[in-house]
Design a protein around this ligand. Structure first.
Ligand SMILES: *Cc1c(COP(=O)(O)O)cnc(C)c1O
Length: 422
């Protein structure tokens, strides 16, 4: 069959852009062979709306729509869309199934990790009260409204907690932590992938529990390893939040809140479909509930070793295309906690290859197909453990579709070779 297959429009551009190179020999067009017939696929609304499809060589970034769902998850979502059901039994059954699969007491599907953090905070404030939910966030008198946090664990998602009307109480040392907990403390919060902070997870849990206060861990981006889905609840965190659209490749607007039964029930009470709640705007539709459950099934069917090996093969294919670029050095880098998968770091002597990493990123973005490199490329802001020096290109390979590693390698080769001086 034609190697152009059903993704013709997309790949036609690539052939035009890369005509004359060895692409035809290097691209495995498996996608074409397994893609359903056009009639089943529906209209291409990205094309209709004039929105450019990208190759995601960045990672699970929200502004790049995070991940794509594997075929089994896409199919489960499409099938769920065909039938109405009663929402409450679907929420309950999904939660019970997830709790069994993920070895925790209770679970719920949320509208992402940020929503899970909001609902967890609301749960810790309102647990044991049927009426407190409507008071959040403006009428906090008489409710526990302090959240203890390590100073180094304040982060970009603070608003997910603050939308519950809480005040952060920052601590840096163990004695400060002990002293900070009082009768107004609703929750002790831990940011799992924080770069800094003196107090360990174990100490964080121990001290909170000594005072009868629940602990939430935001581990949104912290799978793989797959076992992290139960490591933190089993360590003793009362609640743990994960993003559904990151490593698990579920729907982008889905996530998981896992943990204690009474707290998950309180979180659910603060969520849609209950109208007068902080979570009412965080509705999770039947398609996303099913999609999240299917994504967990898919993710549990994977193995850490096989995923690691596949990501390293992609890195090898990209570096294979860059063999002749003078002074180029490549390195495989695994961030310690969040996005804990092999990334490709590329450095070169910019006196010999006269182009900055930022300009490389710009040219790949404006080329056809449009490629997004990891945003740490050329940046002094190292994200999630990625080094901060600006003289590097970072390729996140884990969200690439089959064949796209070769395209990224060839585009990088073109741009770098053009800038190389002899
Ligand atoms: C990505 C992320 C979130 C938000 O996840 P969503 O699923 O997009 O809501 C929250 N916390 C951390 C630490 C994250 O990395």
């Amino acid at each position: 069959m034609s190697i152009l297959g059903t993704r013709r429009n997309f790949f036609e551009h690539i052939y035009r852009a890369l005509a004359g190179c060895t692409l035809a020999h290097t691209l495995p067009f498996r996608a074409a062979a397994t893609t359903p017939k056009l009639a089943d696929e529906g209209e291409d609304y990205y094309d209709k709306l004039g929105v450019t499809k990208i190759i995601n060589a960045a990672g699970t970034y929200t502004h790049l729509t995070a991940s794509t769902m594997p075929p089994s998850v896409q199919a489960a979502v499409a099938r769920a869309a065909k039938h109405p059901v009663r929402l409450a039994p679907l929420q309950r059954a999904a939660g019970e199934y997830l709790a069994r699969q993920l070895h925790c007491e209770a679970a719920m599907v949320t509208a992402g990790a940020a929503s899970a953090v909001t609902l967890a905070t609301a749960a810790c404030i309102t647990v044991g009260s049927d009426s407190a939910g409507h008071a959040i966030p403006t009428d906090m008198v008489g409710l526990k409204s302090e959240v203890v946090v390590q100073k180094a664990h304040r982060y970009d998602y603070d608003h997910a907690l603050r939308s519950c009307g809480i005040r952060f109480v920052e601590v840096e040392t163990l004695p400060e932590y002990e002293a900070a907990i009082n009768k107004n403390t609703a929750m002790c919060f831990f940011y799992n992938a924080a770069d800094e902070g003196n107090i360990s997870r174990e100490d964080w849990i121990r001290i909170a529990h000594a005072h009868g206060v629940p602990c939430l861990n935001d581990a949104a981006a912290d799978v793989p390893p797959i076992s992290n889905l139960w490591n933190y609840t089993q360590m003793g965190f009362d609640l743990v939040a994960f993003s559904g659209g990151k490593g698990m490749r579920g729907p982008q607007n889905a996530g998981l809140l896992l943990g204690r039964k009474d707290l998950i029930a309180a979180a659910a009470a603060n969520n849609s479909p209950n109208d007068d709640t902080v979570g009412r705007g965080m509705k999770v539709a039947k398609e996303q509930i099913v999609g999240m459950v299917a994504a967990v099934d898919w993710f549990l069917s994977q193995s850490d070793a096989e995923m690691d090996a596949e990501f390293r093969r992609r890195i090898d294919r990209i570096t294979g295309a860059l063999k002749n670029i003078p002074t180029l050095k490549s390195e495989t880098f695994i961030p310690p906690i969040a996005n804990h998968v092999p990334h490709l770091l590329i450095r070169y002597d910019q006196e010999r290859v006269k182009i900055s990493p930022l300009e490389v990123a710009r040219q790949l973005r404006s080329g056809t197909p449009s490629i997004e490199l990891n945003p740490a490329t050329g940046s002094t802001e190292g994200s999630a453990g990625i080094p901060k020096d600006p003289n590097k290109i970072v390729v996140g390979v884990w969200m690439l579709e089959p064949g796209e590693d070769s395209i990224v390698g060839l585009r990088l080769r073109d741009v770098l070779a053009k800038a190389a001086t002899s």
